[in-house]
Write a protein that binds this ligand. Structure first.
Ligand SMILES: Cc1cc2nc3c(=O)[nH]c(=O)nc-3n(C[C@H](O)[C@H](O)[C@H](O)COP(=O)(O)OP(=O)(O)OC[C@H]3O[C@@H](n4cnc5c(N)ncnc54)[C@H](O)[C@@H]3O)c2cc1C
Length: 476
């Protein structure tokens, strides 16, 4: 321990790693180093600025579900740049029968809505009479919602919602892990409607906001400004271009093996917090536990293509009065939905232009490999233009492919989570974090980063002894 400080390596400079490093760095007991394989911070948060268009290829916004987001933004001097979505963004559409239908947000609007049939509405209202499931049963998101709220709600609200959040398939995701708060409402209060009312009081006490009421935020210069500002405050504690190959045991603590420009190096730390994606873990942590391999290989990260496109406003018939729209699987389109980017945050495109972000791929809308990128884009844009009533060619288009976009908390995830905990128990001082634990949203990653900091504190306060490569007396 240099200068009597506890040396901590944080692997990965996405929002999970940087937020964790931020909390640790504020505590003078710790000496933090962040290793990032790319040349810039952000991971999945990528913003570029071209021709006056601000393009977010990762998250376009976040929900302010925790005061920790603003706390970090203020700490790193970004408080003034935090912006909130225009009010119109509260309106969201779902495509049904090839028409955009407004998603109702309250009981009155729900009763009047043309998105659901009368039968579907009556079935949803029966939710209060549906008993809770047996605790511990691994149920898919789709089955859970169909059982509680009916098939129509599962098909036309939850199926598109799951693709909007996870680019996922509701038949594959585990409700307990992918939507733990929804699952808990049933377990704790016996139902979702009852739980929504009773749970609101408890959230107020915890100063947390339900995702339904949390404000949608971004930053003046896009989402990547957030990790960039955190990294800039950490200064040379963040090491760019360092790919971590392996973690191994040292005489005391853990050895972090890295490679930069083909140069191999290693440093020893008292603790390691990993926030690299799950699919990289088996290789990096394999020396500590070969069984990790099996558990992480079960975590799918589907491919997603993000298509940013601009039209002149006078080309578009559909009023731009909302967040955008999501597409249920039953509508059989080639894309998952579209965000009306420049409508949500005003400074995203010049005055007379409208920018949109379309998502294709994910778990349920996999790519037809017979098409080239250009052919696929043409087909997707034809469908989008028909829905939006757009005439004429686009003004600007740019696409980014995420080969492994978002971890899917699929059925069986609770056992995987137990194995992550077991690994941490066996390798005291190595903590597994990142968006495959604690939630995938930016808000969830920030919340989990604080949990990780508290876990580090507890280890230190309990005077933990790291695993060592020295043989114990019983092993000699
Ligand atoms: C297309 C897309 C749209 C999204 N939309 C939203 C949204 O609208 N709202 C929302 O809240 N969330 C959204 N998300 C999810 C959210 O952005 C991510 O879950 C979150 O940013 C993940 O942060 P992270 O730090 O856990 O992981 P990452 O961002 O993946 O960061 C991990 C970091 O580790 C680095 N790394 C990997 N391997 C190594 C190694 N061996 N050595 C060193 N470094 C390594 C990577 O380069 C990366 O920088 C979206 C995600 C995607 C991909």
């Amino acid at each position: 321990m240099e200068n009597n400080k506890i040396k901590i390596a944080v692997l990965g400079a996405g929002i999970s790693g940087l937020a964790t490093a931020h909390w640790l760095n504020k505590d003078e007991r710790y000496d933090v180093t962040v290793f990032e394989k790319n040349d810039e911070p952000g991971g999945s948060m990528v913003t570029i600025n071209i021709n006056d268009y601000l393009i977010d290829f990762g998250p376009n916004s976040g929900l302010e579900t925790t005061p920790l987001i603003r706390e970090i933004a203020e700490d790193v001097g970004l408080g003034e740049e935090m912006i909130y979505a225009n009010d119109v963004a509260n309106k969201r559409y779902i495509l049904r029968d090839n028409k955009l239908q407004e998603l109702p947000t309250g009981p009155g609007a729900f009763l009047k809505s043309s998105l659901f049939s009368l039968k579907g509405k009556l079935r949803l209202m029966c939710e209060i009479f549906i008993p809770r499931s047996v605790e511990g049963v691994d149920e898919s998101v789709y089955d859970f919602v169909k059982r509680r709220l009916g098939e129509e709600f599962a098909d036309y609200a939850i199926d598109p919602f799951v693709s909007g959040v996870y680019a996922g398939n509701p038949h594959e995701l585990c409700v307990k892990s992918a939507f733990p708060k929804v699952y808990d409402l049933e377990q704790k209060y016996g139902g979702l409607i009852k739980g929504m009312f009773l749970g609101a009081k408890e959230r107020k006490q915890r100063k947390e906001k339900s995702k339904n009421y949390a404000k949608m935020f971004s930053f003046k210069n896009g989402m990547q400004s957030f990790p960039k500002a955190i990294a800039s405050q950490l200064g040379d504690r963040v090491k760019y271009g360092y790919t971590i190959d392996k973690i191994s045991l040292a005489d005391s603590g853990y050895r972090v093996h890295h490679m930069k420009n083909r140069e191999i190096g290693q440093d020893t730390f008292d603790l390691v917090v990993s926030t690299i994606p799950g699919y990289d873990i088996p290789e990096v942590m394999g020396d500590l536990d070969e069984n990790l391999n099996d558990n992480f290989q079960k975590l799918p990260y589907p491919k997603v293509k993000v298509l940013f496109v601009v039209f002149r406003k006078d080309q578009i018939k559909q009023p731009l009065d909302g967040f955008g729209f999501l597409i249920p699987s039953k509508e059989k389109k080639r894309f998952l939905g579209a965000i009306w980017t420049s409508t949500i945050f005003t400074n995203r495109a010049p005055e007379d232009y409208a920018s949109f972000t379309l998502f294709t791929g994910g778990s349920r809308n996999t790519f037809d490999e017979k098409f080239t990128d250009e052919e696929r884009q043409r087909l997707v844009l034809a469908e989008f233009k028909e829905v939006m009533g757009i005439e004429g060619p686009f003004v600007y288009l740019k696409e980014k492919t995420w080969d492994k976009a978002i971890p899917q908390y699929i059925l069986g995830y609770p056992e995987q989570e137990s194995s992550f905990k077991y690994f941490e128990e066996m390798n005291k001082g190595v903590l597994l974090s990142g968006n495959y634990r604690g939630g995938i949203s930016v808000g969830d990653c920030v919340k989990y980063s604080k949990t990780v900091k508290e876990r580090v504190d507890r280890l230190i306060e309990d005077k933990y002894i790291p695993r060592t490569n020295k043989l114990s007396e019983s092993e000699i």
